[in-house]
Design a protein around this ligand. Structure first.
Ligand SMILES: [Zn+2]
Length: 315
């Protein structure tokens, strides 16, 4: 498998699906998250099936871009020790790909009577170096001080002039921030894909690259947590943005799996197999990626969202 070819087919599929109305079957169950008290709730559709793969194409793009950035990072981290890398060195990377939330946000706005579109790709979870710090055969690349806030930034290529890979951070006066989900849990979900994408959009509105009063289509690989749903509702209200969210319904629980959840899981496994093929010599491959590890995937949850406490985010 070649990443460039893989990506090209994905981008074509994604561009095509932006141009047509998604034909996926959706259900209109009420959102599982509570609306932020001050702001009207936003609409979130949970999808079980994706007959023309339009939604999967939307989620595949951030997955492939994330894989390409990981490939670049691992290339640097393994440069001196390529022959001895094994599955154990990459086990947390595999877990992250299986559990992370992937999102694509498409923002359409009008400036000077011209309609423009910006795309924000995002993934949840901790920086690459955190996922590899206990990997004995990998050498963590030096972290320059200016990259402390966004250590993975240099590994992402420019997808297209209209698209960017999201990172966290907003101007000091912004309230588009994660919020503690309950009084008992004071931590907020800074590492979530949706909040990163929203914050990148807020920065671009602040800098004048894009303007408010637009339309936002959000595609996300799982239902939003209350923290992200609140931030999304606040964003929609503050910037007068008509916002619509499409999420995959389903979890790793056998009774809760849906066709689209299984199809996206297969894409995650493809990405893992690709990285293993590139970085782990056949002699060093264990059983980690033989099929998928049921225990790892069973929860279907984000690495940063352990099932018992679905909104807690370990920093
Ligand atoms: Zn969230």
């Amino acid at each position: 498998m070649n990443m460039e070819k893989f990506l090209q087919s994905v981008m074509i599929a994604a561009c095509f699906s932006w141009a047509v109305t998604c034909g996926a079957s959706t259900t209109n169950d009420p959102p599982t998250s509570e609306p932020w008290p001050d702001d009207p709730p936003i609409m979130e559709d949970f999808v079980s099936e994706d007959h023309d793969d339009a939604i999967l194409a939307m989620l595949r793009t951030p997955l492939v871009e994330y894989g390409a950035a990981l490939e670049s990072y691992l290339g640097e981290a393994s440069a001196n020790n390529r022959a001895s890398i094994n599955d154990q060195d990459l086990v947390r990377i595999y877990q992250q790909i299986r559990r992370a939330t992937f999102a694509q946000l498409i923002y359409t706005f009008t400036r000077d009577n011209v309609q423009q579109t910006r795309v924000y790709l995002a993934v949840s979870g901790r920086p690459f170096r955190d996922l590899t710090q206990n990997s004995p055969h990998l050498h963590l690349p030096e972290l320059r001080p200016e990259l402390l806030d966004d250590p993975d930034g240099p590994y992402y290529r420019l997808v297209s002039p209209a698209a960017t890979f999201a990172s966290a951070g907003v101007p000091a006066n912004s309230d588009i921030t994660p919020s503690p989900v309950s009084p008992k849990d004071p931590t907020a979900n800074h590492n979530d894909a949706e909040i990163r994408a929203l914050q990148t959009l807020v920065r671009e509105i602040a800098s004048g690259e894009v303007v408010a009063n637009g339309h936002l289509e959000v595609y996300v690989s799982r239902g939003m947590c209350p923290s992200c749903a609140r931030a999304m509702a606040r964003f929609a209200a503050r910037y007068n943005v008509d916002t619509h969210v499409t999420s995959i319904r389903g979890t790793g629980e056998p009774r809760e799996q849906t066709p689209i959840w299984r199809d996206f899981r297969a894409m995650r496994e493809e990405m893992i197999a690709y990285l293993q093929h590139v970085f782990v010599p056949p002699a060093e491959r264990g059983t980690t990626t033989a099929g998928y590890d049921a225990a790892e995937v069973l929860s279907g949850e984000d690495e940063d969202h352990p099932p018992r406490n679905p909104c807690h985010d370990e920093m």
